[in-house]
Design a binder for this molecule. Structure first.
Ligand code: IMP
Ligand code: MG
Length: 193
């Protein structure tokens, strides 16, 4: 197989991205810093990392590799968008944790904090289970659209109010495999909405 030829080929998403918002290099620095911040706050503790699927999978994979204390990982599926670019205003827990978090130190990793509905519901739900502590880490933060009273303890990058994809973030389940975070061209979603 000729890899040089393959590298020259365009990716399926290339024409759909208006601009790169967070580069691969910056994402590497951000996830390193987030891992370090989480480690410093949990020195000597054992952590449960809660990855909110599917958007946070890539950020979580990079952040946990920068966490120094022992940690276990578990996964939740929550959704408030149902395929569009605007939140529906209600959140559905489609897959719950398998770990009993009572008395444990928990950090939720979310891909992006937008209206805040998803995280405020998840936080409320997990607090009922009486963890020793509960912190929130958001790779990206869009504060302009915040409705729910919530903020992240660890923020990767504050971004403007644009619909972004890549590095785990999707539009209609696509674009998660882009290695950077980019702004999706409006023409892509105005076609289908
Ligand atoms: P919130 O409940 O409005 O804060 O939305 C949080 C969830 O909506 C995130 O976990 C994402 O899955 C999704 N979301 C919000 N903004 C974007 C975006 O710009 N691109 C892709 N997904 C987004
Ligand atoms: Mg999500």
């Amino acid at each position: 197989m000729n890899f040089r030829k393959i590298n020259k080929k365009k990716s399926a998403y290339d024409n759909d991205i208006a601009e790169v918002l967070v580069t691969e290099k910056e994402l590497k620095e951000i996830t390193k810093r987030l891992g370090e911040e989480i480690s410093c706050d949990h020195e000597g503790q054992e952590l449960v990392i809660v990855c909110v699927l599917r958007g946070s999978i890539i950020a979580t994979a990079d952040i946990v590799r920068n966490i120094r204390p022992h940690c276990t990982m578990d996964f939740m599926v929550a959704s408030s968008y149902f395929g569009g670019t605007e939140t529906s205003g209600s959140v559905l827990i489609k897959k719950d944790l398998e770990t009993d978090i009572k008395g444990k130190h928990v950090v939720i990793i979310e891909d992006i904090l937008d209206s805040g509905f998803t995280l405020s519901l998840l936080r409320k739900e997990l607090l009922k289970r009486e963890p020793a502590s509960l912190k929130i880490c958001a790779l990206l933060d869009k504060p302009e659209k915040r409705v729910a009273d919530i903020q992240a303890d660890y923020v990767g990058k504050v971004i403007e109010n644009k619909f972004v994809v890549g590095y785990g973030l999707d539009y209609d389940e696509k674009y998660r495999n882009i290695p950077y975070v980019g702004v999706l061209k409006e023409s892509v979603y105005s076609k289908s909405e």
